[in-house]
Design a protein. Structure first.
Length: 495
């Protein structure tokens, strides 16, 4: 694995290695997001707007439940990378065993919670009642695949700690094909009499793809011949390495949950906005129909009643596009975690500074690739998910704002990743709780009611990103200074 796929991140050109390392990560993340995109396209195009809204209604909620455990996988990556950089093969092997054991436990927990409380969670997030049954059906099936998804994320994180980002890409490419093929086949063969219940076919395709990717990446670790090998007979949790993983992973997971909770609050307000608009339109529509009847049908060209599902489906189509914008940034942050982890273990702190600067530059370039076309014509891309004009109009409100605002997100993501890589994961957690979660709640509850429009609601995103980025920059400089003080003078000069 080391000779063909692994990479020493403590030596050589950072710019060149960052590109080689991160491009497969970005492509892998895009393919992973395509699982959800494929679900929504098939649901919206082949079933209808209500099916699209049902699938989309679960995404923010699902992320809330699973992101904590995906954060734990970041702890596994940092721990393995640190010990690899320090040249301690035994500790790498024990960290691999601990990480996979933790993935199995995490998968069992999230499966149990999801099955037991999915309907209550949908109610708590104000999902419209007429979507609730279909959304619950979709979620129950999706949670069957959650253990496999977590196994893949932990295992892929271990490969990335070794410098291997190519094979996770290959695996997700094949899994994506499985997902799309099964989505289409199952939805098409299910009888149309099932109506929106055909979303179960979409969910089964996603579960199958998670199963395929987890089995494949685990087989790679099992067949490995170096310190990253997974021995199933010796699979256990090593207390020392568990604490190392939790030290980084728990704050990272809680930080992800804070982001998700803030997004759930915003999504709940979107759902309530949709219901309120549908009610107001319904009153106007009824009055119009009364006038039309009195006029003998002369106004028969009146449009169909406005439905809350139109708003929800349009916003969730925008959320899907929004996910791709974030992935153009997140892939470089994954690289920062692995680069800083290895160099932190090797005590080469100067390379960490260069890594952060390089990653920010590349993230700006990568973000501009999708952002510019979206700013020119967001409605063209939204039409991939739905043909309903009003749904596209509501979706474009979010896309047009966030396409440029994501530039404010880059510093907080890169600097937060660097802080996690040097085992200061509680710092970005504290900053995100204050400047992302806290700031968004204050905005939603105190400022949004002054002008309850979707645009006013979405201002919470760039506002929180900007504040958190400034705070992360100050924190990074402080931690950087602290690390250098603990090195001998010669080491500081060499770093």
């Amino acid at each position: 694995m080391r000779s063909r796929y692994g990479m020493d991140l403590t030596e050589g050109s950072i710019f060149k290695k960052m590109i080689i390392f991160c491009i497969p990560v970005i492509l892998t993340s895009i393919l992973q997001q395509l699982f959800n995109t494929a679900d929504q396209i098939v649901a919206g195009r082949l079933i209808g707007d209500n099916a699209l809204a049902s699938v989309g209604s679960t995404s923010t909620l699902y992320n809330l439940l699973i992101n904590f455990f995906i954060g734990l996988s970041t702890g596994t990556t940092v721990t393995c990378a640190k010990h690899k950089g320090a040249g301690n093969d035994r500790k790498v092997t024990n960290s691999v065993s601990t990480g996979i054991s933790l993935a199995l436990i995490s998968g069992a927990i999230i499966f149990t919670v999801g099955q037991a409380f999915c309907r209550q969670l949908l109610v708590a997030t104000a999902v419209p009642s007429y979507l609730e049954n279909f959304a619950a059906l979709y979620m129950r099936v999706i949670f069957i695949g959650t253990p496999f998804q977590l196994l893949y994320n932990f295992s892929a994180g271990i490969l990335r700690a070794s410098g291997d980002t190519k094979r996770p890409l290959y695996i997700l490419t094949a899994a994506g094909m499985v997902n799309v093929a099964l989505n289409l086949i199952l939805v098409l063969i299910l009888p149309e009499s099932m109506g929106d219940k055909r979303v179960i076919g979409v969910a089964i395709g996603t579960v199958a793809s998670h199963l395929f990717s987890s089995v494949t990446v685990l087989s790679i670790l099992i067949r490995s011949s170096d310190c990253f090998r997974l021995e199933l007979k010796k699979l256990k949790i090593h207390k020392e390495h568990l604490f190392e993983i939790l030290k980084v992973g728990m704050p990272a997971g809680i930080s992800s949950v804070a982001f998700s909770m803030a997004n759930v609050v915003i999504q709940s307000n979107v759902n309530m906005y949709a219901s309120r608009e549908a009610l107001n339109y319904g009153i106007r529509y009824s009055s119009y129909q009364g006038i039309n009847a009195a006029a003998g049908g002369a106004l028969s060209s009146a449009k169909e009643p406005f439905k809350a599902g139109v708003v929800v489906s349009g916003i969730h189509a925008a959320n899907n596009i929004d996910s791709y914008l974030s992935l153009m940034i997140a892939g470089w942050a994954v690289g920062v975690v692995s680069f800083t982890g290895q160099n932190y273990g090797a005590k080469k702190y100067g390379r960490i500074d260069k890594t952060v600067i390089c990653a920010m530059t590349l993230a700006v370039i990568a973000l501009s690739i999708p952002a510019i076309p979206l700013l020119i014509d967001s409605k063209l891309f939204l039409s991939i998910f739905t043909e309903t004009e009003s749904a596209i109009r509501f979706g474009s409100m979010k896309v047009s704002l966030l396409a440029w605002a994501y530039a404010l997100y880059i510093p907080l993501d890169m600097l937060g990743a660097a802080l996690r890589g040097v085992e200061h994961s509680t710092v970005p957690l504290a900053l995100n709780l204050i400047f992302v979660f806290g700031a968004r709640l204050i905005w939603v509850f105190f400022f949004y009611p002054l002008d309850p429009t979707l645009t006013m609601l979405y201002v919470a995103y760039p506002l929180s990103w900007g504040l958190s980025s400034v705070a992360h920059f100050i924190a990074y400089l402080t931690v950087r200074r602290k690390l250098r003080k603990n090195l001998p003078e010669e080491a500081v000069q060499n770093s």
